[in-house]
Design a protein around this ligand. Structure first.
Ligand code: BJW
Ligand code: ZN
Length: 256
């Protein structure tokens, strides 16, 4: 039988130690950027309260009405210009400086806040807000901060329509092979600020429950966020609180 997670305010838990050979997988969700002023999706006042998923976050919506979808992402591009990382992003950048490539930082977020905090290796599994790609040819995705409120943008190479470089419902998230390789190798798995409602990301923790790390141990699985996520039962611990307050002291300092 799988034991129930310990669920308590984050301050009641000791910091997590990271041994010299340990590999850490951190999955971040919209909650980590909330204190920077970026809207989450499913909280009160979140993006899905103002916009219907079927209108702005599926390939069918884009095929039907690309102007509405581009307006939605243009608005978010505008907001992304001015947002700044908070102490949670900074703490993860610090962790990378300490343990290097033993950290795999996987974000569901399309905002650039991990990079702005100084993180160098960030896996954006749901794409990036400030990039676009052609819907018709194989031109690689490219940096694009422009807003498209009226005219639809066209590909310079083939004249086809451009789309935001994001992963909508029904599309396969980016780099799943890399993600599962990193999951298989990790000793410590930490999710920060994600409701656990969207798959495959919400299933990473149950994957770890059923698949031991190479050294035979099961990864320790820790959730950090304001409230219990939908997949709480799969974690060992749920540390409740704001990411910006809990992350700076989450990992024991001074270890290799
Ligand atoms: C704080 C805080 C603070 C607040 N501090 N915390 C039926 C069953 C199972 C699955 C499916 C199903 N039907 C369809 C599916 C699949 C579908 C899916 O999961 N649907 C569900 C709705 C059921 N998934 C897909 O289609 C995915 N693709 C797929 O499955 O392909 C098949 C495949 C996969 C793998 C291998 C092979 C094949 C694609 C999903 C794409 C999601 N795209 C979006 C939009 C991206 C672009 C954009 O940003 O516009 O990604 S949707 C949206 O949700 C966005 C997010 O990344 C994602 C997750 O949201 P997140 O981060 O969890 O945010 P919230 O708002 O939900 O939660 C925030 C949390 O923070 C809350 O809990 C707060 O408490 C907390 N919080 N303030 C700490 N200060
Ligand atoms: Zn093209």
């Amino acid at each position: 039988m799988v034991p129930l997670p310990r669920v308590a305010p984050g301050a009641e838990f000791p910091p997590l130690s990271v041994g010299r050979d340990d590999r850490v997988f951190v999955l971040t969700g919209a909650g980590i950027s909330a204190e920077s002023g970026v809207k989450t999706f499913r909280d009160a006042g979140g993006l899905w309260e103002e916009h219907r998923i079927e209108d702005v976050a599926t390939p069918e919506a884009f095929a039907r009405d690309p102007r509405t979808v581009w307006r939605f992402y243009s608005e978010r591009r505008k907001q992304a210009e001015s947002v700044q990382p908070n102490p949670a992003h900074l703490a993860l950048a610090r962790l990378e400086r300490r343990i290097g490539d033993r950290l795999f930082l996987c974000t569901q977020n399309v905002d650039p806040l991990h990079e702005r905090a100084g993180s160098r290796a960030v896996h954006h599994m749901h794409g990036e807000l400030l990039r676009s790609r052609c819907d018709s040819c194989d031109r690689p995705a490219f940096e694009d901060e422009r807003r498209h409120l009226e005219e639809l943008p066209r590909c310079e190479r083939c004249g086809g329509g451009l789309r935001p470089q994001v992963v909508w419902f029904g599309e396969v998230p980016l780099g799943m092979d890399r993600i599962y390789r990193a999951l298989s190798a990790c000793d410590l798995f930490v999710t920060v600020g994600s409701s656990g409602a969207v798959y495959p990301a919400a299933g990473f923790v149950s994957h770890l429950r059923h698949n031991p790390a190479p050294r035979g141990n099961f990864a320790r699985c820790v959730y950090v966020g304001l409230e219990r996520p939908e997949n709480a039962h799969c974690f060992d611990e749920c540390r409740l609180g704001k990411a910006g307050e809990l992350l700076p002291a989450l990992f024991e300092e001074g270890l290799p």
